[in-house]
Design a protein around this ligand. Sequence first.
Ligand code: ATP
Length: 445
Amino acid sequence: MAVDSCKSVGDRDALLASGKYDLLVTDVGLGEEDGIATLDVVKARDPDLPIIVISAQNTLNTAVRASETGAFEYFPKPFDLDELVEVVRQAMKPRSSELQAENLEEDNLPLVGRSPAMQDVYRMIARLLRNDLSVLILGESGTGKELVAEAIHTLGHRKAGPFIPINMAAIPTDLIEAELFGHEKGAFTGAVNSAAGKFEQAQGGTLFLDEIGDMPMHAQTRLLRALQSGEINRVGGKGLIKLDVRIIAATNQDFLNLIEQGKFREDLYYRINVVPIELPPLRDRASDVPALANHFLNLAVSEGLPKKVLTNEGMELLSRHSWRGNVRELKNLIYRLVVTAREEELSETAVRQIIQSEHSDEHDDHTLAGFSDRVRAVIGDLMADKDQANSLYVRALEKFERPMLEEVLRKANGNQIKAANMLGINRNTLRKKLTEYGIDPSQSR
Ligand SMILES: Nc1ncnc2c1ncn2[C@@H]1O[C@H](COP(=O)(O)OP(=O)(O)OP(=O)(O)O)[C@@H](O)[C@H]1O
């Protein structure tokens, strides 16, 4: 390994031109010249060369300028020499961003994909491994938020501790506090024993708060207090329990919107959003699709499913698809292909068929979703109209029963026996209903 020093920008560039060096440690003041402003030449020649900037000009401006150059680390003087040595060691390990990605995969963490967008995510993960900063992972459903949280834990300095995930959307609102903070015996009806909550279970490790946007207000207040004080008390408990837990939260909701609507505490948002990581949707990183698809084909084999390979055309079709359900949708589709396709080779036609069948299901879902929206709107109107003799239930039923009867009669060509059969009700009941609503069946012919 070559180690050299120099005192001017000219000497620096001449030395680096030899290509013998793996790392540059530079001062900001190099003689009369500026060690940062002149880095463009260095970076143009070797974009992956790790650079460590040291400076006596301890201003925010210098720190910002250093980070803008993509410097691996910045040390204001005076600095701890051991710390510098440690950072040099780290900087030398992953020589390129490609290797960083490899490390994440080699460590048995199935974070697949080397698109530039994922490289940014990996770089960010790498910066979070030796500290306990709170992380907020943002991204659409199925983009891999939980996987990233696990990676931060498993690769980081808390790896010997537990990784405890909890999904706010999956727990009934009134149980969330007890789930998170634990409870003492008799704290509420049904609390026959005392129990530790997720916070206590995560001691020494990481607590992953998934779908944090769904956390009810009262639990938010308690969480904020816990984060501010570093202590919790169980529901119904008296003593305080000291916490040693890293918090990683995730959401697919727009936080600013939630705050505006008064559904999320702004102060809590700033507490958890110390370092945001945004996971890009899969449709914006199509170059990751082949690696992901092959990864899931291998995964399927490891789970005892038959071995299949995608043809080039099949793979291209997958890459062109706009994955609204992101990686989860791709994973499900690959598994579906593996179990349904007869041939070992997965052709373009096989892929197309499965994509189309998924979309027809989706179409049904949308029609139903639209229907529910309309139902909600009708109920809203009925509720607003309070001065009515009949109950809301009766009025709502009338609203839906009438068009149903008219439609079935129309389909039955006005034939009441047929209509009653179609509806699966007695003919007399149908006749009674038609009289009630004043529907004339002859009009339906
Ligand atoms: N980069 C990736 N490499 C390999 N597998 C991935 C990747 N991203 C996501 N997956 C897989 O896709 C599925 C969905 O990922 P995950 O549950 O982490 O998404 P999520 O963003 O947390 O979703 P949600 O918001 O719905 O909870 C998982 O099976 C996960 O293992």
